[in-house]
Design a protein around this ligand. Structure first.
Ligand SMILES: Nc1ncnc2c1ncn2[C@@H]1O[C@H](COP(=O)(O)OP(=O)(O)OP(=O)(O)O)[C@@H](O)[C@H]1O
Ligand SMILES: [Mg+2]
Length: 312
């Protein structure tokens, strides 16, 4: 049995200014115990797919199963299996943190849950905020409460839609340690994030969405190996020679250029030298997930063949 099975899911929003095809025949499976990443640029359809999984939106066609439960026909069982941290900050301003977590426990029929609630509060750095009113929390703290809320009923499948947006470095690390521990204990994790170094470090397998379609689906290591290219990074105070512009990514003074081998690295350096450019802090390293992501999104790479679910 799959932890999550997306089967030919399409979603069209009918808006005043025309139809939006948010999801276009999306199919993939996530195995129990996987740490799975769902990546894609803004508007790719990640939240739409998660909303359908959560039963908050209806697919136009196709179906979604969680531990074998159809999210529409068997909503209650599917919902109990899932813990969802939503992208939007939604909360009830009238309750304290502890009250909010008790109410959420009650919603799932879990009684006498205080020991687990205390553990969640401790792990998420909220112990001293237990009695604070939700209104009094900062944005990052509200997000921590959303994470705690999603976990009150110890769901076997945890879905995190950009859980670290607006969260400080320290909590990000504690959050990942905690989620990684839950994953080791057997919980399945589905994560969306724009922090690709987080995805690279945590996710064993990744699907990339672009305009509602799956354009890559593979083990993270295979995606990284697939580009097999070398990245040159350096700082430059003068304009880049025109011959190098097409293969470069420039962020302020920092230039990144893809090269396949040592000979290409030498060629780039020769062009820079001939143009009188003086690169500073030159580093040569392997392409990371961000490079792979950009390559796939810019359509330089052929869409990878869609593999059936690979057991982790
Ligand atoms: N309720 C809605 N009505 C109409 N269009 C919508 C609605 N929700 C989302 N969309 C559209 O569907 C597409 C996918 O949006 P979605 O929120 O799923 O993207 P996303 O991948 O989660 O993006 P982000 O990284 O910004 O969170 C976008 O074009 C968006 O404008
Ligand atoms: Mg989203």
């Amino acid at each position: 049995m799959q932890a999550i099975s997306f089967q030919d899911v399409s979603k069209t929003y009918h808006a005043a200014r025309g139809d939006v095809h948010a999801l276009d025949h999306v199919s993939f499976d996530i195995e129990p115990g996987e740490f799975f990443g769902l990546l894609g640029p803004n508007g790719a359809g990640k939240t739409t797919l998660i909303s359908i999984l959560a039963g908050l939106a209806r697919a136009s066609s196709g179906r979604v199963l969680v531990h074998g439960h159809d999210v529409l026909k068997d909503y209650a069982a599917a919902r109990r299996t899932l813990g969802i941290v939503p992208q939007e900050l939604v909360f009830d301003p009238f309750f304290s943190v502890r009250e909010a977590l008790r109410i959420q426990s009650g919603y799932f029929g879990v009684r006498r849950n205080d020991a687990w609630i205390d553990e969640l509060l401790a792990h998420l750095g909220l112990a001293d905020k237990a009695d604070a009113n939700m209104r009094q929390l900062s944005g990052g703290m509200k997000r921590r409460v959303l994470v705690a809320q999603a976990l009150v009923h110890r769901p076997p499948v945890i879905v995190l839609d950009e859980p670290t947006a607006g969260v400080d470095v320290e909590l990000r690390q504690t959050l990942w340690q905690f989620v990684a521990r839950l994953n080791k204990e057997g919980h399945t994790v589905l994560l969306t994030t724009h922090y690709l170094e987080e995805a690279e470090a945590l996710c064993a397998r990744i699907a990339m969405l672009k305009q509602g379609r799956v354009v890559a689906l593979d083990r993270t290591s295979a995606l990284l190996a697939g580009t097999a290219s070398t990245m040159m990074r350096f700082k430059l105070d003068t304009p880049l020679p025109p011959q190098l512009v097409a293969q470069s990514r420039v962020t302020g003074r920092i230039v990144q250029i893809k090269a396949h081998d040592a000979r290409e690295v030498e060629q780039v350096l020769a062009i820079l030298h001939a143009a009188g450019c003086q690169p500073e802090d030159l580093e040569i390293g392997r392409a990371d997930l961000e490079n792979v992501f950009l390559e796939i999104m810019q359509g330089e790479a052929k869409p990878l063949p869609l593999k059936a679910a690979v057991t982790a």
